[in-house]
Write a new protein. Structure first.
Length: 205
């Protein structure tokens, strides 16, 4: 999947200079003069790839407010905050709002390349991990409510007898559910089940 640098800044000169600079190392930049323009053209925030360069001071909402709102809407991009008025308080607030990095204008070219490179690498790693998890999540979705309950207990280390007692079921019934879980998730042992599905099952709650 192709990655882009989503550059949002109301200063045309900065948009032009940064996009030109980033293009020298082969990165594709999509520029916007406002948050409204970005939202109208970007579409589904959760589907965007690459990273974002976001000016902190623009007409309307601040970059930090926008970052907080977009994170709630599913934005997964590493966001690099840019400002011409950097201070420690702003820096702290940016990181509390989930910023990847905080750069002060005028931005040093070498630092820009370094930070954007790290952000793009992080996003690529995250996307690759999501791609690996997708087929596993699809298998988890085939479990019944009861099987999901038992999966959680199996991952926590409970034996079939303990699960039977907690769920008021016979051990034979628990063993049948356990066999169905192993079959649907295509594993043949409890250690393999925990290794492959432990983190995903916990994260889906």
């Amino acid at each position: 999947m192709e990655q882009y640098i989503w550059l949002i800044d109301d200063d045309a000169a900065i948009r032009e200079s940064l996009s030109l600079l980033l293009s020298t190392v082969g990165w594709q930049t999509r520029t916007f003069n406002s948050a409204q323009s970005f939202q109208q053209q970007a579409g589904n925030l959760a589907a965007l790839t690459g990273c974002m360069l976001l000016d902190i001071r623009m007409p309307g909402k601040t970059g930090l407010t926008l970052l907080d709102e977009w994170n709630q809407q599913g934005l997964n991009l590493p966001v690099i905050i840019m400002t011409g008025h950097g201070n420690i308080d702003l820096c702290r607030r940016a990181f509390r709002n989930g910023a990847f990095e905080f750069l002060t204008k005028p931005i040093d070219a070498d630092l820009l390349f370094e930070v954007v490179g790290e952000a793009m690498a992080q996003q690529k790693t995250r996307l690759e991990a999501q791609q690996r998890r997708l087929p596993l999540q699809e298998k988890l979705a085939t479990l019944t409510v009861r099987e999901n309950e038992m999966l959680e207990q199996l991952i926590q280390g409970y034996s079939s007898k303990e699960i039977a007692r907690v769920c008021s079921l016979s051990p034979r019934t628990v063993e049948a559910h356990r066999a169905n879980i192993f079959s649907k998730l295509e594993v043949n042992s409890l250690p393999k089940l925990i290794k492959i599905y432990g983190d995903i099952a916990a994260g889906s709650k």
